[in-house]
Design a protein around this ligand. Structure first.
Ligand code: GAL
Length: 383
């Protein structure tokens, strides 16, 4: 075993913040690329803002298990081995995460953990792995029921915890149940089994044309899941800034995503080349108000509509109420909301725009939004 990892709040009671290799590197990850991203996380100030975990996604493992059945890293990509890499990441003050799959193969047809749950959990613990993501890509015996699949995720979680009581367990159990009657019960089971579970499909195709519609669509999809979110348990909407900026997303798309993720208290795992993030995107990811709203760990549960403008609300840990206004209509629209509709009993209130930094005061809110635009306001009584 190598030295203890540094961050003290682990497993975190707040939604996990960190880095994931998937959208930028796909399977072309190497040890030097991972070390560079970990160093950039620190030098960019993202680690100080709370992004303190570096997770390798699919593609790190060798095409075959070792003769003793152990999972090993791909020696061409990781010549110094996974324990060495874990040490490098830990030495930077960051947590280290790995990916595997519940069935016999990963989504890239590499070895999954089927038949090896205890062995892989022991291996990960011996490498000082702090975070394990378990994907669901099939590779199970034909006809495996949702109940049996749930039981496999439960068993794997128990093995991971047995070998490392502090491991963060992230899993994708509900993802194939999206839109099916079994979705909600999968989410309920996941909330008992894991720290975070995917409730939305991958953020793809990664193009500006689809981005904001897809992002805003999550609001309706996860609205009724707020009772499952809370300290140590989060509905996971997928990674943030996926392959930004080469994905074609605009800054507005990124801000929309971060606003929605913050209101839904989703984990914030950046999945881009940190060295290529423009300053405005970096600033968005480090925005302390967006982070505070996300890290409250509570998902918004109150929604008020005015025409096509939706206002989603939750208590703001910085005081008052966080309100996300969303244009669900076509073209530019205006929505008007009284202060009591926003849960404010005072005659006047102030609104701090999380993204522009402007503060205004008002006795009612009138908000004009372009198509697919959102505004995230921190609203407080002023008297
Ligand atoms: C998908 C998963 C992605 C990524 C990918 C790797 O199933 O949702 O987040 O892990 O597999 O192949």
């Amino acid at each position: 075993m190598s030295g203890a990892a540094p961050t003290s709040d682990w497993p975190p009671s707040r939604p996990v913040m960190g880095y994931n290799t998937w959208y930028h590197f796909r399977t072309s990850i190497t040890e030097s690329a991972v070390v560079r991203q970990a160093e950039l996380l620190v030098s960019s100030g993202l680690a100080a803002a709370g992004y303190n975990c570096v997770n390798l996604d699919d593609g790190w493992m060798a095409a075959q298990r070792a003769a003793n059945g152990e999972l090993t890293g791909d020696a061409a990509k990781f010549p110094r081995g996974m324990p060495w890499l874990a040490d490098q990441v830990h030495a930077l003050g960051l947590r280290f995460g790995l990916y595997t799959a519940i069935g016999a193969r990963t989504c890239q047809s590499l070895p999954g953990s089927w038949g090896h749950y205890d062995q892989d959990a022991r291996t990960f613990a011996s490498w000082d792995v702090d975070f394990v993501k378990v994907d669901d890509c099939g590779g199970m015996p034909p006809g495996t029921s949702v109940a049996a699949l749930t039981e496999h995720f439960r068993q794997f979680g128990a093995c991971l915890r047995q070998h490392n009581p502090d491991v963060v367990y992230s899993q994708e159990l509900p993802i194939h149940q999206i839109g099916k009657p079994s979705f909600r019960s999968s989410v309920r089971a996941s909330a008992e089994i894991a720290h975070m579970w995917r409730v939305a499909h991958d953020e793809s195709p990664l193009s500006h044309d689809y981005a904001s519609a897809m992002i805003l669509g999550h609001l309706a999809a996860v609205r009724d899941l707020h009772s499952f979110a809370g300290p140590g348990h989060w509905n996971d909407l997928d990674m943030v800034a996926p392959a930004y900026p080469e994905s074609g997303w605009t800054l507005a798309d990124l801000r929309n995503q971060l606003s929605v993720w913050a209101m839904e208290a989703s984990p914030l795992l950046i999945s881009a080349d940190i060295g290529a993030l423009p300053p405005d995107a970096l600033a968005a990811l480090k925005n302390p108000h967006m982070i505070a709203i996300d890290q409250s760990g509570e998902q918004c549960s109150t929604v008020v509509m005015n025409g096509p403008v939706e206002a989603l609300m939750k208590l703001d840990p910085e005081g008052g109420i966080a309100v996300l206004f969303v244009n669900l209509g076509v073209g530019t629209v205006t929505g008007r909301f009284s202060l009591p509709q926003l849960g404010i009993t005072a005659a006047r209130a102030s609104g701090h725009d999380v993204w522009t930094g402007e503060t205004t005061t008002f006795s009612e809110v009138s908000v004009t939004l372009e198509e697919e635009q959102t505004v995230l306001l921190q609203v407080k009584s002023t008297g």
